[in-house]
Design a protein around this ligand. Structure first.
Ligand SMILES: Cc1cc2nc3c(=O)[nH]c(=O)nc-3n(C[C@H](O)[C@H](O)[C@H](O)COP(=O)(O)OP(=O)(O)OC[C@H]3O[C@@H](n4cnc5c(N)ncnc54)[C@H](O)[C@@H]3O)c2cc1C
Length: 492
């Protein structure tokens, strides 16, 4: 396993770095412990491509947010990713909060966020009739957008793979390997050693621990949970954009948004916790979300909720990103502590890291442009959004596109087969790549069908198919056998 670069983690940060580095003639390995992507914070977040007014000028976050936003507006076409260019509003309920909007406006101008302006509460209500009558003013950011984050991460890593990068899932990095000079030699994993003179730490909420293996204790990750409600797609158009509360010391506060797929959503809370992997929702957290949602949108139709979920932020004590190459061990680069606006910033961070390698690690690897780099990548056809003629044409060409597997999201067998062809091995991977199971019934209808297709196509027994790898098996055996075993045990 000899590479030029090993990237630990394939969230939006690692995937963007992999794609950026695939513009050069490099052997790149991306290692992720998960069975499908996205897995960490990149799976469960607000999916906002921020306008760039929220970050204090001079911070690392401010440096990358506006450039990242600009890049996504281009990348959405290149990578065939759904980005709703809907803009965002920060809502003020008092004179004091309106004053704060003024500060955000100035901050936005300093950061280079285009088009930010303050509008009246009435103007906001003309565009968004369901918002609170008590909102007195709002900061409008026209360049903000809402992205389909499942699509974005998969598109980014797929593009890197098209251009030669290798992705290894279910590969847990357990330590760094150093040479005699105590410089980077590679990483140790549950699947053996991967050797490379440059190792990039994009481990999200685990990036602090990974940095500590390199002797870097300069920052600590404080896992911070954010809980959400996700509503049925019939809520489309209830609001059209992204509504922020006025930020406070606790963070950006509860927001209400329409996802890129048209679901109403609200969250997140901000609760610090010890366990980086605890993504359980709580009655207290959800009560806080509902209160915040109803403040912005009084008739928030929570009765149409289809699921709740939580994501964990890789917060740092400084509140800023930790991006740098270490002097010792040489070859180790942190892209760590990437909290919000990390999704927005990822493509700009990736570009910066390529520059940093060129400037600071030229003795370890050379970045020669890859003249065969292909920027475009096409998504799996989205049957839901096609007109009838296009659907017919596709189904005639491939009858698997005439078989509906997921009724809620109108996902066809053709799409599931294509996801498997592109690497999906679990039910969640198919969900991330096709949206089968993301709708109102949350997989109640399609889950067994997807399992059957995975079993048939991969030649794996049905009871070996997992939801998300490891021991997350769906079936433990046949009901009759199970009952007979139980009966036998009772007779003994
Ligand atoms: C609640 C919440 C709301 C947010 N809202 C927004 C928003 O609206 N807009 C925005 O721009 N940003 C937002 N963010 C921030 C954004 O989601 C993150 O900055 C971004 O997703 C971080 O990506 P990442 O790749 O650095 O980390 P992750 O997505 O967490 O990826 C890290 C990857 O590393 C892997 N990994 C970790 N350790 C190991 C190991 N030892 N071996 C192998 N693999 C390993 C994990 O499996 C994971 O896949 C939000 C975050 C949260 C949690």
């Amino acid at each position: 396993m000899n590479y030029d670069v090993v990237i630990i983690g394939s969230g939006i940060t690692g995937a963007s770095i992999a794609r950026e580095l695939s513009k050069y003639k490099l052997r790149i390995a991306v290692l992720d412990k998960a069975s499908e992507l996205p897995a960490g914070a990149s799976r469960a977040n607000s999916s906002m491509i921020h306008g760039g007014f929220d970050d204090k000028p001079g911070t690392v976050k401010a440096k990358f947010c506006v450039p990242g936003n600009k890049m996504w507006h281009k990348l959405k076409d290149e990578l065939d990713v759904h980005l709703d260019e809907c803009g965002s509003y920060v809502c003020a309920f008092s004179d004091e909060e309106t004053k704060h909007l003024g500060k955000l406006l100035e901050q936005g101008k300093t950061n280079g966020a285009p088009g930010v302006e303050i509008i009246s509460g009435d103007e906001l209500r003309r565009k968004e009739p369901n918002v609170s009558p008590d909102i007195v003013a709002a900061l409008w950011s026209p360049e903000a957008g809402i992205i389909n984050n499942f699509e974005a991460v998969n598109a980014m890593i797929e593009s890197a793979r098209i251009n030669g990068a290798d992705l290894y899932l279910e590969t847990l990095v357990t330590d760094l390997l150093l040479d005699g000079n105590q410089d980077i030699r590679g990483v140790a994993t549950n699947k053996g050693e991967f050797l490379a003179p440059v190792v990039i730490n994009a481990g999200g909420v685990h990036s602090g621990e990974i940095a500590s293996w390199a002797g870097d204790y300069s920052f600590r990750i404080i896992p911070t949970k954010g809980e959400y409600f996700l509503l049925d797609r019939t809520t489309r158009g209830f609001i059209h954009s992204f509504l922020f509360s006025c930020p406070s010391k606790a963070g950006k506060g509860i927001t209400v948004l329409q996802t890129a797929e048209g679901n109403l959503m609200s969250g997140p809370t901000a609760t610090e916790q010890e366990d980086p992997e605890d993504r359980a929702t709580t009655p207290e957290g959800l009560a806080e979300v509902l209160k915040g949602a109803r403040r912005l949108v009084p008739n928030f139709p929570v009765n149409l909720n289809i699921t709740t979920f939580a994501g964990v932020r890789a917060n740092t004590e400084s509140g800023d990103f930790e991006i740098r190459a270490l002097a010792k061990p040489r070859g180790f680069v942190n892209a760590a502590g990437i909290k919000s606006p990390g999704f927005t910033s990822a493509p700009a961070i990736a570009e910066y890291i390529a520059g940093l390698i060129k400037e600071e690690l030229a003795d370890r690897i050379t970045l020669t442009p890859n003249d065969k780099f292909i920027p475009e990548r096409r998504n799996i056809p989205r049957f839901l959004y096609m007109d009838m003629d296009s659907r017919k044409a596709l189904a005639e060409k491939d009858p698997a596109y005439a078989q509906i597997v997921c009724r809620c999201e109108t996902v066809t067998e053709g799409q599931v087969l294509e996801a498997i062809r592109r690497g999906a091995r679990t039910i969640t991977a198919v969900k991330m790549m096709t949206r089968a199971g993301t709708g109102r019934c949350q997989g109640g209808f399609c889950c067994p069908r997807v399992a059957e297709i995975l079993s048939r196509e991969l030649g794996i027994p049905l009871d070996e198919i997992t939801r998300h790898g490891g021991e997350s098996k769906l079936l433990v055996g046949k009901t009759k056998e199970f009952l007979l075993k139980k009966e036998g045990a009772a007779n003994e």
